[in-house]
Design a protein around this ligand. Sequence first.
Ligand code: KG4
Ligand code: ZN
Length: 385
Amino acid sequence: MKILAIDTSCDETSIAISENDRILSNQLSSQIESHKEWGGVVPSLAKRKHIEMFDLVLSMALKQAKVKLEDIDFFAVTAGPGLAIALEVGITKAKELALKYNKPLDAVNHMEGHLYSAFARNQSGRFYSKNDPTEITFPAIVLLVSGGHTEIVFMKNHGEYGIIGETLDDAIGETFDKVGRMLGLGYPAGSVIEKLAEKGNENAYQLPIPMRNSGDLNMSYSGLKTAAMKLINEELGSLNEYGAKFEASLQTSHSLSRSRQNKISNTKATKPNTRQITLDICASFQKNAIDQIIIKLEKAIKINPEIKDIILGGGVAQNKYLRKKLRNNFPKHKLYYPQNKKLYTDNAGMIAIAAYYNILRKNYLCDPKQISALDRMPNWRVDTI
Ligand code: KG4
Ligand code: ZN
């Protein structure tokens, strides 16, 4: 079966086509450049950009997959969680397509999409995950770490989820971005902080892990953010020289991620001390942000000793320091995550795979009246699917 999936939940307009769980195309138009100067996503701007880019991204996805709209068997769209007015663009287009071609429509939960990125195969049928996800033993634990969410999910089986731990305030990715902003590292800052942290001393500064002893599996990032902010102000002032220079260098870059990597190694602060302090703050912050997750995962597995497998998803799951700690601290558990950069951050490929598993369970909308009535669900939790 051919599935066409759409995700416009935040700042990427993405459309993918899959043949069952094989991703044939996964196109996206990123709006990061447009939102960068605001230091975060501006919803009205996101909506306008989604509308502007939709048709182009659709034709690129069809072209790459070498299929026509007439060949599509199922349409799928992210219905939530996400920015309401951004979600609406994708939902409206998906409804139009499903009704026009008289095909079923699957409303997919965006976090379920992040989870299912570990289940994707490439065009030639190879799994992107090193470990074969069809061999996962349920129940499994899923760690979903993104710009908007930090959740530990108990996955009883396909489509059956319970959130057993989550952040009570800021999400981990959002915290990386805010601390990065304070350091003048541009937006989004997660991967930049990771790179800088590699050269820093993670024990240079003592920052808190607010919920370490809370007794439950919940997390909190606002205390860590505030402590990091205070530290940055004390050590560097609000926008440090190293970061300001780095941010200025970004203004001229086109290909953001690659040029960022180069600029990091090329930028030299005039005061070497400032540079080292920045690296040490990045390392100390990253250590605590990730240790909180590791502590809570250890607790989750202690409570559920039958768990053998851990699935990883979301933008922050790209973080190599996190993955290393997971491998070191859970040597007996099998980890599942895709070996493909594009499948971590928001993309419609993961939505197509989640839709595939929904379709196998016959969980989709067929009746044109139900399709027309589908509405955005900005706060849709993965445990209420
Ligand atoms: O999953 P995603 O694309 O967006 C949401 O659905 O929210 O994740 C984006 C987030 C951003 O906050 C970004 O800074 C963070 O993922 N991120 C990282 C890394 N790469 C991306 N955080 C830490 N380390 C990374 N290497
Ligand atoms: Zn996401």
